[in-house]
Design a protein. Structure first.
Length: 617
């Protein structure tokens, strides 16, 4: 009997093992069918893109007068995106958002729009890169493949990451770095291992396809060999210099990202009509060219027919160039902030190599080594991808200098703070303990709360409790809480209400607007309407505001804040507007900051506000 059960158990184990292997083989076959054609198409488009960029660059050098068409070309790009590309304006950030929360997908029109926009930018002299175009080509085609093969949400996330890997690997000739970049760029401090093999396959196939079309990437050589006998162990003094340079690289990448976002916000604030921004930016770039008396910092900066012009390859040898990194930074920020298309990475390579050249000369370090270190370390700080950039340095320059490259990349990553060129990146693991950032927030949200972090005590918290009674007694102000309530009224954006008893379409107004206006009339303290983008309510279907079409039936809410009695009275008085709506009440506290010794415990929030006005008077 025991032998019989043992045999049956063994048979069941064998059957389970065979079934598992069979399912695994089918999964591999399905992903192979999806990934390889997608990566081949992405690699082919990247080859066409790189060929087009080379033709555009040679044409610009042959016809310098094309620079004067930069404002017109910028206006044309702006109008093209205004008419056809509003849903893809997010660029790389849109792809990152779709990987985090698959929704409306990445529109296929992103591919031709970014292709055309980037080639025009380089043809006419804008200072931009090519990584953004490659990533968006890969992301849009991967999203189309996901829709074609009807992948679920987890499959969509994986194929979008694979699309990034294919585009990045193909455009730079670094398939391993492309794979790691796709896994690392989504969140600060976290690598997405579930997509490891698909990204590796896509990166290798995309790069191989690009090479098969006859595209060759620039070669950079570091003659210096760290350590003795070519070993990976570098001299301690050299590593100290690499770490110190990493601090500078991180601060420069932080400055680049913040300046890019700030100048871009300035353009949006001053010029509300988007197509006019690149037009004005083109004029500013022409003015900058003539003010500085140089065209050396236009375009990619990879090569030039004039050997005396600063280029990336030229920074790997003497002489020392002290300021090219700063000038390239100014031209690139102006170009991208104004709305011209392209990427930030190749300009970051230029900035990093030029800065490494300058620091190498300043510190008495090998110039070619520090140019190579800066090449990848500034990129690591700006994108928060130290692992990918270390791998890229090894792919481009060889493994003999892997240790100083890794030291500089990791230090630059730490010193760049919670900032970066991709604001949709999420902060999975903060770079420092007690960092004042919300959990799993994006870099965009981290930037929004940064102004409130004003004191050194917040940035460098002490080990002792700073809120003990003795310290509270030393402050001249105190916090006085008062009870207050909040209701949330859930509805559809399409809900309408007819005013004055009329039922015609012309007199109907959105319900959320009527509720906010009515709350204002009734003296409610706060009334805000919140739109949503993805979710469901009352066990209904999941709805979303996609990239292409918004859903008028997606739930939204109107939030009212005031005293509980006041909110109840509002609901009784306007029950005709609130019938059949879901209403949620929540208890809150209203804090008042006032001079010590003045008590307001029995005052209502409105009375407190009135007291504050009297104090000001």
């Amino acid at each position: 009997m025991r032998a019989t059960f043992r045999n049956l158990f063994e048979q069941l184990n064998v059957a389970s093992f065979v079934r598992t292997q069979h399912d695994h083989a089918l999964s591999v076959a399905r992903w192979t069918i999806v990934l390889i054609p997608m990566a081949v198409v992405v690699g082919s488009l990247c080859a066409a893109f790189l060929w087009s960029l080379d033709v555009a660059t040679r044409t610009r050098f042959a016809h310098p007068w094309l620079l004067f068409l930069l404002p017109v070309g910028g206006l044309a790009i702006g109008m093209l995106y205004h008419w056809m590309g509003r849903s893809v304006e997010g660029g790389n950030n849109l792809i990152v958002e779709q990987i985090h929360e698959p929704g409306g997908g990445v529109p296929l029109r992103m591919a031709p729009l970014i292709f055309i926009g980037t080639v025009v930018t380089h043809l006419l002299g804008g200072s931009a890169g090519r990584e953004g175009t490659a990533v968006q080509l890969g992301g849009s085609l991967a999203s189309a493949a996901g829709r074609l093969f009807r992948l679920d949400e987890s499959g969509i996330r994986i194929i979008l990451m694979a699309g990034i890997a294919a585009g990045f690997g193909a455009v730079f000739g670094t398939p391993l770095a492309g794979a790691i970049f796709a896994l690392e760029v989504l969140a600060v401090g976290r690598v997405e291992y579930p997509a490891l093999v698909p990204c590796l396959v896509a990166g290798v196939v995309g790069d191989w396809t690009c090479h098969q079309w006859g595209i060759h990437h620039g070669a950079y050589h570091i003659d210096y060999v760290a350590g003795s006998g070519g070993s990976l162990m570098a001299e301690p003094l050299l590593l100290m210099k690499a770490a110190l340079a990493g601090v500078v690289f991180g601060l420069v990448s932080l400055s680049f990202a913040e300046a890019n976002h700030s100048v871009g916000a300035f353009f949006k604030r001053v010029i509300p009509f988007a197509p006019l921004r690149p037009f004005v930016g083109g004029i500013a770039i022409i003015a900058l060219v003539y003010a500085l008396g140089t065209r050396d910092y236009l375009g990619l900066g990879v090569w030039s027919p004039d050997p005396s012009v600063p280029t990336i390859a030229g920074f790997f040898a003497a002489p020392v160039d002290h300021w090219s990194w700063l000038l390239k930074m100014v031209f690139t920020i102006l170009t991208l902030s104004a709305g011209f298309k392209g990427g930030e990475v190749t300009p970051l390579f230029f900035i990093g190599a030029a800065l490494g050249n300058a620091l190498g000369g300043l510190m008495g370090a090998p110039i070619d080594l520090f140019a190579g270190i800066g090449f990848v370390a500034v990129f690591a700080g700006a994108t928060n991808t130290p692992l990918a950039c270390t791998i890229m340095g090894i792919e481009l320059f060889g493994a003999t200098n892997a240790v100083p490259i890794a030291v500089a990349c990791f230090v630059a990553y730490l010193c760049s703070g919670h900032s970066g060129i991709y604001l949709s990146q999420r902060i999975a693991v903060p770079k420092r303990e007690n960092a004042l950032v919300p959990p799993d927030s994006t870099l965009r949200e981290a930037r929004a709360v940064r102004p409130s972090m004003g004191t050194l005590a917040e940035i460098f918290p002490s080990s002792t409790n700073s809120t003990n009674e003795s310290e509270r007694m030393s402050y001249p102000h105190e916090v006085t809480p008062a009870e207050i309530g909040m209701i949330r009224i859930y509805m559809k954006p399409s809900d309408k209400v007819a005013r004055g008893g009329a039922r015609s379409l012309w007199s109907a107004k959105p319900l959320y607007r009527v509720l906010v206006a009515t709350a204002k009339e009734d003296g409610i303290m706060n009334a805000v309407a919140h739109h949503t983008h993805y979710g469901y309510s009352n066990h209904g279907p999941v709805r979303e505001n996609g990239a292409e079409i918004s859903d008028p039936h997606l739930t939204m809410c109107v939030e009212l804040i005031g005293e509980r009695e006041q909110l109840e009275l509002f609901c009784r008085r306007h029950g005709d507007l609130l019938a059949s709506k879901v209403i949620v009440y929540k208890h809150l506290e209203h804090w008042t900051i006032g001079p010590k010794g003045v008590t307001h415990s029995d005052a209502t929030p409105d009375e407190l506000a009135a007291d504050d006005q009297e104090d000001v008077a």
